[in-house]
Design a protein. Structure first.
Length: 645
């Protein structure tokens, strides 16, 4: 993945021949944050290894001209054991493409960082060291003399503190004089024993004093990383997380629904052309607007995730879940990929590049779509709202939040089961288990700017999806739901009053191309309680899961423009043995919820899986096995809830 962006003031110069500088550093050293500060980009970062699994690049404009800055994946060593580390090693092997290297080192872990510096300097490129977290080092009673460290290493050392532009500005100034960067007369040693002795000598020359253990972090970790109490706190935190999504977002969702309802009425009243007013009111406002209603839930989801990540708690969750991952035969890196899939399966599948074992990569990739992504959230909120009233609960605990929490747990447990299965199906394991490092950053208050950027990026991605994939699909659906056009003769023959707009819209949809498709697949979905309109929604969601909501919105708006939600809840079967019965009964809603837990209804996910595996075989297997499991589990849910109710 590549990006280009002009960060900061400067001349608008072509970057084709601009010098290229690469950022190299271990996970959590602050490398991506530095990259964002230099280029103005907002690359995603996290407090666990394996998030940055591709090469990001941006453009830094300086008075001396533009520089291309490349953010390489985090790595502890240039001896690659996973695909993302191979990216770093390959980049340094292509030394002729680079004008210089910036090695980002955490001052609190300086000894370990020196090992990476020793390896990087073997490339023979102009190199500078960027020293991060110097303030954290001082706060914990440690010290380092950057000037003395620079003399000991023989390269430029620039301290940078988060939130302080002086270090970044100094680095930008040094880049303009890249040809004048000093270099050690003799490169550091490469033998591990010699590197250890060399590092000890450098630390002594740099007047380095190791920081004291972070007592506050230690006290919190004693509880939060406890096998029993830590796990319990994690689940309580997640439970409160989903309760909050419903309690806080519900009022804002109501405001958006009211606004779109008013806009729909306005479109019907002011647009004189019937088909155009129906298109604007039903396709654009009823369909796309029906998805935008869930923007508050999406925003709140990422507010909470960003807060958990910014405080340093998310890495603790990764550590706790590493023990659970072991039951599926997977290592901690696999949790990183599955955790990434909670936002979207695409970065989750890409994050499997951090796994050294091809067998583990494939097993994790086949499980990632089962993690509940944000695209499912609008579908879940819509269906849960029809299943349980908002006020239902025990005191402050709402049943809606409880069901949502259960769906996320079901997805996670199913992902573990799928990983366990494919780990054993793919083939025998070989080799010795490789080391997995997971750092625990100090607890700190998250920066408001970081949280806001994270939420804005998530909302922007959601809005982009709504105005592209979902909009196009919604327009196509509107055409399928309204074609062929029913003439006055056909309406009169069917006993429909041509002046009754609702009756005409209902008749048109019942005799549309979409209705033909929905009825054609009815034998497949009838045991789950789905009628042809639900079938159309399920099929349309192959473009994007959220389109299911848009489809139901269009259908409901056609039958009751004033109150689509009520129309959806009161929808009945139009023919067959269940004619006149409600469609969205508890068994049918439960079947739909479970179906969306398992079904792989995202073509983008299949495309990324094809790119990562190099074949269509595994995406086809994933689509097939998840479709079969989705149908089977939905049938089971429909049957059990039918018995209970």
């Amino acid at each position: 993945m590549s990006h280009q962006h002009h960060g900061g003031p400067g001349p608008a110069t072509s970057v084709v021949d601009a010098p290229r500088v690469a950022l190299v550093g271990s996970p959590n050293a602050g490398k991506t944050t530095l990259f964002n500060s230099l280029t103005g980009l907002r690359a995603k970062t996290g407090n666990y290894p394996g998030v940055t699994v591709a090469r990001y690049e941006g453009v830094l404009d300086t008075p001396a001209g533009p520089f291309v800055v490349e953010d390489l994946p985090g790595t502890y060593s240039l001896d690659p054991i996973s695909p993302d580390e191979e990216v770093v090693a390959h980049a340094l092997e292509q030394a002729h493409e680079l004008a210089g290297l910036l090695v980002v080192v955490d001052a609190t872990n300086l000894r370990r960082g020196l090992g990476l510096i020793a390896q990087v300097q073997q490339a023979g490129l102009p190199t500078a060291v960027v020293l991060t977290f110097v303030d954290e080092l001082t706060r914990r009673g440690g010290r380092v003399n950057p000037e003395a460290l620079s003399r000991a290493l023989g390269v430029t050392v620039i301290p940078v503190v988060a939130g302080d532009r002086r270090g970044v500005d100094a680095l930008r100034d040094r880049l303009t004089r890249l040809d004048a960067w000093p270099a050690p007369p003799v490169p550091p040693p490469t033998d591990p024993a010699d590197v250890t002795a060399w590092a000890t000598s450098v630390l002594a020359s740099a007047q380095f004093a190791a920081p004291d253990p972070d007592s506050r972090t230690g006290r919190l970790d004693a509880v939060l990383l406890h096998p029993v109490w830590g796990t319990l706190i994690f689940f309580v935190t997640m439970f409160a997380f989903f309760q909050t999504i419903f309690l806080v977002a519900a009022p804002m969702q109501g405001w958006i629904e009211t606004a779109f309802a008013l806009l729909g009425d306005l479109a019907r009243d002011t647009i004189p052309i019937r088909w155009l007013s129906a298109f604007v009111a039903d396709a654009l406002l009823g369909g796309v607007g029906g998805v935008l209603v869930f923007l508050p839930q999406i925003a709140l989801l990422f507010v909470l995730v960003s807060l958990l990540e910014g405080t340093g708690y998310l890495s603790r969750a990764a550590y706790l879940m590493d023990r659970i991952m072991a039951t599926a035969g997977l290592e901690g890196r696999a949790f990183v990929a599955l955790l990434s899939s909670v936002a979207c399966a695409i970065p989750g599948i890409m994050a499997t590049r951090t796994l050294p074992s091809a067998r583990d990569r494939l097993a994790t990739m086949m499980a990632a779509p089962l993690m509940t992504c944000s695209a499912r959230l609008p579908v879940y909120v819509l269906l849960i709202g029809m299943l349980v009233p908002p006020e239902a609960g025990w005191g402050p605990i709402r049943f809606q939040g409880l069901i949502l929490f259960g769906l996320y747990l079901l997805g996670a447990a199913s992902a573990m089961a799928a990983a366990w299965f494919f780990k054993r199906v793919v083939g025998r394991n070989s080799g010795v288990p490789l080391p997995f490092y997971m750092e625990m950053p100090s607890y700190r208050l998250p920066r408001a700017k970081t949280v806001l950027i994270s939420v804005w990026d998530a909302c922007r991605a959601f809005l982009k999806k709504v105005t592209s994939i979902i909009l196009i699909t919604t327009v196509v659906l509107w055409g399928l739901l309204n074609l062929p056009v029913q003439g006055a003769d056909a309406l009169e023959a069917a006993g429909v009053d041509p002046t009754d707009e609702v009756a005409v819209a209902t008749y048109t949809i019942d005799n549309s191309a979409a209705a033909w498709v929905g009825r054609a697949v009815s034998p497949v979905f009838e045991p789950l309680g789905f009628d042809w309109r639900v079938n159309v929604g399920v099929i349309s969601s192959l473009a994007a899961r959220e389109v299911f909501v848009a489809t139901m919105g269009q259908v409901a708006a056609a039958s009751d423009p004033e109150d689509p939600a009520a129309a959806l809840a009161s929808m009945t079967y139009e023919d067959g043995p269940r004619q006149g019965e409600l469609v969205f009964t508890p068994p049918t809603v439960a079947a739909l919820l479970v179906f969306f837990v398992y079904a792989l209804q995202c073509m983008s996910t299949l495309g990324v899986m094809r790119r990562e595996t190099g074949t269509w075989r595994w995406p086809a297997i994933a689509f097939g096995y998840l479709g079969v499991v989705a149908w089977g589990m939905a049938w089971l849910a429909h049957t059990l809830v039918g018995v209970l109710t």
